[in-house]
Each structure stands twice: as structure tokens, then as C-alpha cells.
Design a protein around this ligand. Structure first.
Ligand code: MEV
Length: 395
């Protein structure tokens, strides 16, 4: 094998076997990993599926592809993607190639601070309750930590509290607990903490205890990414202008922002599915984030810089490299072998980069030839069952 790289030219032209050859040369897909992709049919045995879910009668397949050309914080990543929509994988690869010419994606993820909520109704003295909870902050956090001792041993655990009075007249108070969940997605851990601290909070808040559950808007667990592309890479100054105008359109109009964000999430979700992540939670968090601060905003923006564009995105992203189906699903384990991320924070930055790439590809197609011409090409290709080429609506 040569050094691991995501820059493999002509990949899309080959047969599945030739693509696996190329991955074996450039991305370590050899031995067991290669036979897994060749033979296994997805990596989920009926037995494992039956353990994972209920009323199981089979397993559901999706095409698994790889997005190439991703350089993120100077590191190569071959990104597995599971998606039924044609052109999402080609689009992400093509945009990543353009971005790569300007140094790739750069990003940062915060520590994995998840949010748990404990709800109270009919609290007799909501403002006083907030003060009492904050006065007992350390003791409450310790109680929470006692519920997740193994995480605390590893240096993670409860970090902070926050009290929000949602309706003073009705005494609706919610206590937020912030938990560093390390490399896990963290839902179970946060639910455990919320349940563990609820009785002690009840003594301080009074009223009726309500829900004890994580929030899927983990506003303190965020990822931000940015990149640049040149006019030349996107097809000229007019196309770059069009991309910036499309971005402005999304910032002015929720109807457009929704579609803009769908295009962003196209790639992110596909990679998240391949990597066994809770994509419902990712989707819920992304759109709720887009709607914070009044109105509904685009998750990403594209602005003109001299000779090109700068793209930026920020969103909450609860993803894990341990727990959940990262252990139970052999296909997910194989996908992790491909993408080579060291931890959950690196995974978050890679996924957000894939989102930004998908978004760029979509805006470029829309600002250029428009979507329908490409769509027709795609339908034609499907009818002929021809070999996939990059010439889809997102080319
Ligand atoms: C289609 O899956 C996604 C797009 O509609 C996104 C966009 O309009 O930006 C092309």
C-alpha cells in the first residue's frame, strides 16, 4: 500500500472490484476488510439485527460509496457514505477536490458537552428555585458524576448546570445539566445523569417533576468548519458570484434556507449513516440550531474573497466513535477503518466538512447550469444502467 490518501483519480470509472483495488492500494482496504466489502453484503447479520431492534424480519440495504479528496485539518480521509440519492457521493467528492486545491477544510469541535434537561411544573418560587439550585451546583454535579463513575474515571463527567424559568406564572422551570461524554454520542449517559439528579433538584425547586431527558440541541457541543475555493476551481467568477448570491438568498428566506440546509445535510447524513450515527438526532439538532435566535438560518455561508469564496459552517453535532452501533455493526466498524478518525471530535469535523462540500456542490450546480439539465442526464444514465460518472446534477 502507498500512503493512505483520499486523492484517487479515475475512481468512479472503475468496476466495484477495481475500486476496491484502488482502495487497497491507497486506503488500506486489504485482507479481511476487503473481503468484508466483497462478500458481506452490509455487515449486519440477521442475528445482530435481531439483537439491535424489535420485530426484526430482515436487514435493509443501501449503496455504500466513498467520497474522495477530503483533506481536513491537513489529514486525508476516505469518507464512507450510505445514501439512496444518486449524485450525493460524486458531488461531495467533486467539491472536496476543488477545496483541496486551496488547502482543504479546516475545523474545530468543542469538547463533547451534552445537555440534559429536568423539567418542573408548578414550582412555588421559580426565581428563588434558580438561585437555590445554583447555590448547590457542586453537590448536584457530584451526584450526577456518581451515576456515571466509569466516565468520571476516564476524565469526563458533569461540568455545569443552568436554570431556565420558562413560565414564571405557572412555575415551569427547567434545569440543564451539561455532561462531557468524551467519545460517545452520549444520550444514555445524559439520561442517566438527568434521572439521578432529579430527586435532589426536586427538593430545591419543588412542584412536580416532569421529563428527565437529553436535549437534541446540544448547543455546547459544536463543530465549526471553513474552507476556501478559487473562482477557477468552481468554474469562473460568474459561478462564484452566483454561489455567494445563493448564500445571501438563503440568509434572507427560510424557504430557501431549508433547501440550502437539506443540501448541506445530504452529505453529512450519508456519512453519518455509514458510520452508524444517530442521524435523527443530528438532523433534529441541526435544524433546531438553524432556528435559534429567531427566524430560520442557513447552517453555512459563502462569501466572496479576492479571487474566490470562503465557506463557513457551524452546528451542534452529537457523534460518537464508541458505543451504539460502532460496536454491534460490522459494516460500521469497517466504515470506521476507512475514514480513520482518532476520536469523536475529529469525526465531527470530518462530517461537517462533508456537509460544507455537499452544500458547495449543490450551489455550484444551481448557480451554473441549473439542476434540471443534470437531473435529465442522471435519469438517462439510470435508464441505460450505464456506469456511474461524475456527470450528475451536481457535477
Ligand atoms: C437536493 O438533494 C439538494 C439541493 O436541493 C440542495 C440545494 O438546493 O442547495 C440541490
Amino acid at each position: 500500500m502507498t500512503a493512505y490518501t483520499s486523492r484517487i483519480s479515475g475512481f468512479y470509472r472503475g468496476s466495484v472490484a477495481q475500486r476496491l483495488d484502488a482502495l487497497s492500494e491507497h486506503a488500506g482496504v486489504a485482507g479481511e476488510l476487503r473481503s468484508f466489502f466483497e462478500d458481506d453484503g452490509g455487515g449486519l447479520s440477521l442475528e445482530a439485527a435481531d439483537r439491535m431492534s424489535e420485530n426484526v424480519i430482515g436487514v435493509h440495504g443501501l449503496p455504500l460509496g466513498v467520497a474522495l479528496n477530503f483533506l481536513v485539518n491537513g489529514v486525508e480521509h476516505v469518507v464512507p457514505m450510505a445514501v439512496e440519492e444518486a449524485s450525493v457521493v460524486a458531488a461531495a467528492s467533486n467539491a472536496a477536490r476543488m477545496v483541496r486545491e486551496s488547502g482543504g477544510f479546516h475545523g474545530h469541535a468543542t469538547a463533547a458537552i451534552m445537555t440534559g434537561q429536568v423539567q418542573f411544573d408548578g414550582a412555588p418560587d421559580p426565581e428563588g428555585a434558580a438561585a437555590r439550585v445554583m447555590a448547590h451546583r457542586e453537590a448536584i454535579l457530584r451526584l450526577g458524576d456518581e451515576a456515571i463513575p466509569r466516565m468520571v474515571e476516564r476524565g469526563y463527567g458533569c461540568r455545569d448546570l443552568d436554570v431556565r424559568v420558562l413560565d414564571a406564572a405557572e412555575g415551569v422551570v427547567v434545569v440543564h445539566v451539561y455532561v462531557d461524554v468524551g467519545d460517545a454520542m452520549g444520550a444514555n449517559m445524559v439520561d442517566t445523569v438527568a434521572e439521578a439528579i432529579a430527586p435532589a433538584l426536586h427538593e430545591l425547586v419543588g412542584g412536580l417533576i416532569g421529563l428527565r431527558i437529553l436535549s437534541n440541541l446540544p448547543s455546547r457541543r459544536r463543530v465549526s468548519v471553513r474552507c476556501e475555493v478559487t473562482d477557477e476551481a468552481v468554474g469562473g467568477a460568474a459561478v462564484a458570484d452566483g454561489i455567494a448570491r445563493a448564500s445571501r438568498f438563503a440568509s434572507l428566506d427560510p424557504f430557501r434556507a431549508c433547501t440550502h440546509n437539506k443540501g448541506f445535510m445530504n452529505g453529512l447524513d450519508a456519512a453519518a449513516v455509514a458510520l452508524g450515527q444517530d442521524w435523527r438526532s443530528i438532523e433534529a439538532g441541526a435544524h433546531a440550531w438553524a432556528a435559534t435566535g429567531g427566524g430560520y438560518r442557513p447552517l453555512s455561508t459563502w462569501k466572496r474573497i479576492p479571487g474566490g469564496l470562503r465557506g463557513e459552517a457551524e452546528l451542534p453535532l452529537a457523534v460518537g466513535t464508541v458505543g451504539g452501533s460502532t460496536r454491534a455493526h460490522a459494516g460500521v466498524r469497517a466504515a470506521f477503518e476507512l475514514v480513520r478518525v482518532a476520536d469523536a471530535r475529529q469525526l465531527a469535523v470530518v462530517l461537517a466538512s462533508v456537509g460544507l462540500a455537499s452544500n458547495l456542490a449543490a450551489l455550484r450546480a444551481l448557480a451554473g447550469e441549473g439542476i434540471q439539465r443534470g437531473h435529465m442526464r442522471l435519469h438517462h444514465r439510470k435508464e441505460e444502467a450505464a456506469e456511474p460518472e461524475a456527470g450528475t446534477w451536481m457535477k
